[in-house]
Design a protein around this ligand. Structure first.
Ligand code: GRF
Length: 198
């Protein structure tokens, strides 16, 4: 299975996927890393692992429809089967969504449907959870539909909020759990696909 990983910033989730592929835990291949941010560390990580990468954004394609078409063209060129949004901060266009319907995963650092949707991204999610005095948070992997953080949930992991947590500490704890959840979900998906092909 060929996957494309979309990432906007650090790419530590991308790194977890690459590591799992390289140590044969995960029977998939990352054939493309796509970022909307030319300075994303995710792009450096892909270069370090000889994975093709591309920067596509409103800078390279000011027209939304042209950007959407360029993303699909690149995915086809790279023979991508599935897309994983791992810290990708942009909404996908209608062409990408329809071409890869039910084959796009997103990971979100909270227990959806709570703390999801417009405005809940990055550290804002953890800040809101601390502000609300939640005792528990977590991460969710789901199939992507048109709206932010919407679509059928595939897996979730719970993470405790501890007394004295700062945004950074909570983010670190959630991200560690999120990486494991994402890799485990991809493993399950690859096994289901293998079983379906027999
Ligand atoms: C993850 O927590 C993801 O759920 C959120 O952004 C974070 C990405 O982290 N949308 P990184 O860039 O992979 O380190």
């Amino acid at each position: 299975m060929h996957i494309a990983v979309f990432a906007s910033h650090g790419g530590s989730l991308l790194q977890a996927i690459i590591d799992a592929c390289e140590n044969d835990t995960l029977a998939m291949e990352v054939v493309l890393v796509l970022s909307n941010n030319s300075d994303a560390k995710a792009l450096t990580r892909s270069a370090e692992h000889n994975i093709a990468s591309v920067h596509l954004s409103s800078c390279t394609h000011p027209e939304k429809a042209a950007l959407d078409a360029a993303i699909v063209a690149q995915l086809k060129l790279s023979n991508v089967d599935w897309i994983v949004l791992a810290g990708y901060m942009k909404k996908l266009g209608p062409k990408t969504l329809s071409e890869y319907r039910n084959r796009i995963l997103n990971t979100h650092p909270a227990l959806l449907p709570k703390y999801g949707g417009q405005g809940y991204y990055g550290r804002k999610v953890h800040a809101a959870i601390l502000e609300a005095g939640e005792k528990e948070t977590g991460a969710t992997v789901h199939i992507v539909e048109a709206e932010y953080d919407s679509g059928p949930i595939l897996s979730q992991v719970k993470v405790p909020v501890k007394p004295g947590d700062t945004i950074q500490r909570l983010e670190r704890r959630v991200k560690n759990a999120e990486k494991k959840l994402l890799v485990a979900t991809l493993i399950e998906l690859s096994q289901q696909r293998k079983a379906a092909s027999y």
